[in-house]
Structure formats: structure tokens, C-alpha cells
Design a protein around this ligand. Sequence first.
Ligand code: ADP
Length: 164
Amino acid sequence: MKRVIYPGTFDPVTNGHIDIVRRASELFDEVVVTIAKNPGKTCMFSINERIEMLEESLKEFPNVLVDSFDGLVVDHAKQVGAIGIVRGLRAVSDFEYEFQMALMNRKLAGEISTILLMPHARYTYLNSTIIRNLAAFGGDVAEFVPLIVQNKLKERFISKKNPS
Ligand code: ADP
């Protein structure tokens, strides 16, 4: 049973994340998409909202689970019995950070490998910050995120414009 985790903030999940999950789910028996509770980061969506959006967007994949964790990624990987950590590599700009993380994680837990997957070229410029900003200014995010995320963003920005 080859299980991997795919950790991230997913604030919110985009079609780029889903592309990486699809690739990982074809390579491994089970993929645990796991939300890192990072106290240093202020998020737009709560952990529960992010779990709901991920579960709805990933329901077509029978071997994908969603959870969240606090603490070190390698500790969580060990807790769930994963053999590796999946991360997405969009461009050279991601490489430096992902390389450092991979080597640090190897130092902490040599038995856990990092697997870097490249998304389809159409997702290489996509990230959650761009999506949040686009939605905040009324831009159309339909091409970039699943329907549940579009609706959540709409709700969020409509209620901000018309506070009751
Ligand atoms: P983090 O805050 O840990 O970078 P994210 O949720 O933004 O969390 O991303 C989680 C992982 O998914 C990271 O490895 C990131 O590089 C990757 N990722 C994010 N957006 C995309 C995308 N559009 N295509 C491929 N990988 C992506």
C-alpha cells in the first residue's frame, strides 16, 4: 500500500492543485491531501471551509482523502503511514523553496521521499493568492477553480459588499 501526503494551505483549492492530485492518485495507492494549520499565515477560509471545498472538488477520486494537521509535515507523514510527500512545481521560481524543504525533510526523516510533480502548462501561473485577488476585484474565476470555490468566493465578496 503506497500512501503519500500532499500538504499545503489550499486557501482556496485551485484547478492547479487538483491537477497535481490527479497525477499523484494515478501513481500511488492513496493520496492524503492535508491542510497545514499554519499559525503564521492569515487565511481567507477556515480549516473547515477548506476541508469542505477540497472534499467536494476531489470526490471523483476514490483513493484521495482530505485531512489537516498541526506541526511538522514529516511527522504527519509518519503518523498516516505515508512513504512520501507530494508537492507541485510550477516554475523555476518554486524550485529553490521546494528543494530546500525536500532536503530539510530528508534530514528530519530519511525514509520519507519528496515527489515533485509538474502540472499541465495551463496551470503554471495559477496560485491561491491570485485567485483571491481576482475574486476580490470582481474578476471571473470560473476557469481556474472548481464550482464550490467559485460559489464560496462569490458569497464571501457579496457579503462584504452588502454587510447586513
Ligand atoms: P503552500 O502554502 O504550502 O505553498 P499551497 O496550497 O499554495 O500551499 O500549495 C501546495 C502545493 O501545491 C505546493 O507544492 C505548491 O507549489 C503546489 N501548487 C500550488 N498551486 C499550484 C498549481 N497551480 N499547479 C501546481 N502546483 C501548485
